[in-house]
Structures are given as C-alpha cells and as structure tokens.
Design a protein around this ligand. Structure first.
Ligand code: NAP
Ligand code: ZN
Ligand code: ZN
Length: 363
C-alpha cells in the first residue's frame, strides 16, 4: 500500500466528496487520478446518480469499507482527453461509466463479456486499481477510465436522467434478459419501487410485459400506475392482497434494499416461476429460503449482479430507442448528506442525481 497521499499519487488533480468513517457523512476531499493512458479516456463529470449501494458502502453495511470512499457509479460526462489507441470516443463526446472500471480481460467471464463476474473485477470505488492505488467514484469532478468501461450515450436521452441507467438500468435489464423475463405477455413482479425498481417497470413495459409492483408504500400506487405504466400494485404487508395474487407471476425482480421474507414472494409465482434477487439489503447475513413454496411448483431463486460492458451498451441503446430514463430529483453536491438520509427512509422518486458540474466546488 502506497504511503503517498491520495492528492499526490497521480498527476491529474481531482476534487470530490468522500465518506471518511462509518457515519457515512460525506465531505470535500482532494485526490488525484492517473494521466490519460493510451487506452484511457478522461472525462469531466457532469452528473452522478446516487445508488443505494453507495449508501450501504459508505455506512460499511457490508463490512468492506476502506475509507476514505468517494462513492458514485452512475457517472455521465464529456470526454476531455483520449489516449492514442482509443477508438470508441473522441474529445467532446458524451460518455457514461457505471460500476466497473477494470477486469482481468482474459478469464472465462471476461471472454464471455461478463466482466461483472470476473474474479478480478475492479469496481468503481472502494477498490484497488491495477497499479495498486485506490479508485474513487463519481462524486467528483473528473474521471479517467479505460475506454472499455465507457458507455456511449444515445443522443436523445437527457444526461441527468440517463445517468442512473449505468447501474440501476443494467442491474435490472441483465437478469430480465438472462432469465428470459422479457417476453411480451409475461407477467412480471417488481418488488421495491426505488431506483432499480422503477426502471425495471419501464423496461418490462417496453418488453411488452404485464407488471405488478409489490411495495411497502401505498403512497407510490397512483404514480406507479399512471406514470410508470404498472398494471397492478400490491402492498406486501397486506396479507389479503398477497393471498389474492398467489400463483399469478411468471417472474419477480426483487430490488428491496433491506432484509425481507422471501416466502410471500415465492407464493406469488406460478409453477416454473423465477424469483431473481438483485437487492442487497441485509446482504451481510444469510436469508431464509422456505422450501415448500420453492419445490411445489418447480420454482427457481436466482441472483444477478450489474452486467457486462457489452450488455450495458445494449441496454443503453435499448433505452435510447424506447426513450427510457430514470425519474430523478436533481440535487446540488452539498445536499448529499440530506439526500442519503432521505434514501434511508425511501423518500425519493425515484433517483437522486447530483448536478456535479454546476455545484461541486473545489474548496
Ligand atoms: P432504493 O432506491 O432505496 O430502493 C429500494 C426500495 O426497496 C425502496 O424504494 C423500497 O420500495 C424498498 N425498501 C426499502 N427499505 C425497505 C424495507 N425496510 N422493507 C421493505 N422494502 C424496503 O435502492 P436502489 O438504489 O434501487 O437499490 C436497491 C437494492 O439493490 C440495494 O440493496 C442496492 O445495494 C442493490 N443493488 C444491487 C445491484 C446488483 O448488482 N445486484 C446493483 C445496484 C443496487 P417500496 O417503497 O416500494 O417498498
Ligand atoms: Zn448501484
Ligand atoms: Zn476476468
């Protein structure tokens, strides 16, 4: 581990906001990034989404925090410099960066465009780069990344509302494709109507599916149906509603950011139904898997973690074609600690996005 300060390590001087201890409180932080390498792009960050994983990480809920942590992995910006071998981007292009900034490039997962399952995957923050220095995320003014981990953004999507697609979007799109929960006429349940959940509803509708939202928040019902296009809305804490909907769903995408029982969700599935878990609330502890509702009906419980770069580009292009973006609340950088408190309470419709370019100040 290097003893050189984060500010002195690299030539490109950067500023951002970091969490410095498990309180998770974010405050200004100066650091540096490497010079633009031959396969790298450097970008000025314009917007960065706020994912619940940022919150889990800065509060050390998964026990993996290595402070200081500059979170943020829903990053969009404008390319300011490109290395000599860069092909996908030129100076002035829009670019997006999600949860991954490195992988080994040669393992079985990498060779199948599944960098997200590479054992040596480098996530965008709270991780160590190939050169042994720490990586920092998008709550900052500038990013340097290998172009392989950059995503081209469709012209028609507004940058602020497209930013959450880089994590929330791919995290729900990938399992819908992989588990075959993307066919017209299928009935999908989406559990937890937050950042991931509301984008899942939009993708499912674009795939031509019927969608039932399963939520703890009655206050989200009207909007879910009238604005997001959901067909039905179930309150997960209402046993009568849940009972009436038993055996109606072909699949479920579970995005809940807190521990919760799987039994009622398995009961909602038809025979051969699939419960796909992407939420990581309470991930530090094992969950209970009730066997009767699983076996009686040949059901499947699966998981999924973000997505590979090829599929992330495919998702972004699909979003461009179908005009899918997140519903966002744009915030200034210095509102972030309040935003995090509101995220704990589920008080956001449906994604905070930081206006980095206009509100992140160097001192
Ligand atoms: P979010 O915006 O906070 O949404 C999560 C939703 O879960 C909330 O809106 C709420 O929906 C529900 N919820 C929250 N607390 C709950 C509780 N105590 N009981 C029941 N439901 C609760 O979070 P997000 O950014 O969408 O992320 C969701 C989860 O996915 C997080 O755990 C995050 O770390 C994880 N994640 C995983 C991946 C992956 O690769 N698999 C990628 C990104 C994020 P209702 O109000 O509708 O109940
Ligand atoms: Zn995320
Ligand atoms: Zn690999």
């Amino acid at each position: 581990m290097s003893t050189i300060s984060a500010e002195e390590q690299h030539p490109q001087k950067v500023f951002g906001w970091a969490a410095k201890d498990p309180s998770g409180i974010l405050s200004p932080f100066k650091f540096s990034r490497r010079a633009t390498g031959e396969n790298d792009i450097t970008m000025d960050i314009l917007y960065c989404g706020v994912c619940h994983s940022d919150l889990h990480t800065i509060k050390n809920e998964w026990g993996t925090a290595d402070y200081p942590i500059v979170p943020g992995h829903e990053i969009v910006g404008i390319v300011t410099e490109v290395g000599s071998k860069v092909k996908k981007f030129k100076v002035g292009d829009k670019a997006g960066v999600g949860c991954i900034v490195g992988s080994c490039g040669s393992c079985d997962s990498c060779s199948r465009d599944l960098e997200n399952y590479c054992p040596k995957m480098i996530i965008t923050y709270n991780a160590i780069d190939h050169d042994g220095t720490k990586v920092y995320g998008g709550f900052s003014n500038k990013l340097v990344v290998n172009e392989h981990f950059g995503v081209n953004l469709p012209e028609n999507l507004p940058l602020d509302a497209a930013a959450p697609l880089l994590c929330a979007g791919i995290t729900v799109y990938s399992p819908m494709k992989y588990y075959g929960l993307c066919k017209p006429g299928m009935h999908l349940g989406v559990v937890g109507l937050g950042g991931l959940g509301h984008v899942a509803v939009k993708f499912a509708k674009a795939f031509g599916m019927k969608v039932t939202v399963i939520s703890t928040s009655i206050s989200k019902k009207k909007e879910a149906i009238e604005q997001l296009g959901a067909d039905e809305f179930l309150i997960s804490k209402d046993p009568e509603q849940m009972q009436a909907a038993m055996a109606t769903l072909d699949g479920i995408i579970d995005t809940v950011a807190a521990p919760h029982p799987l039994y009622p969700l398995l009961c909602l599935l038809k025979n051969d139904g699939k419960l796909v878990i992407v939420g990581l609330g309470g991930a530090e502890k094992p969950v209970e898997l009730p066997l009767f509702p699983l076996l009686m009906g040949r059901k499947l419980v699966g998981g999924s973690g973000i997505g590979g770069m090829k599929e992330t580009q495919e998702m972004m292009d699909f979003a461009g074609k179908h005009n899918i973006t997140a519903d966002i609340e744009v915030i200034p950088m210095d509102y972030i600690n309040t935003a995090m408190e509101r995220l704990v309470k589920g008080d956001v419709k449906y994604r905070f996005v930081i206006d980095v370019a206009n509100t992140l100040k160097s001192s």
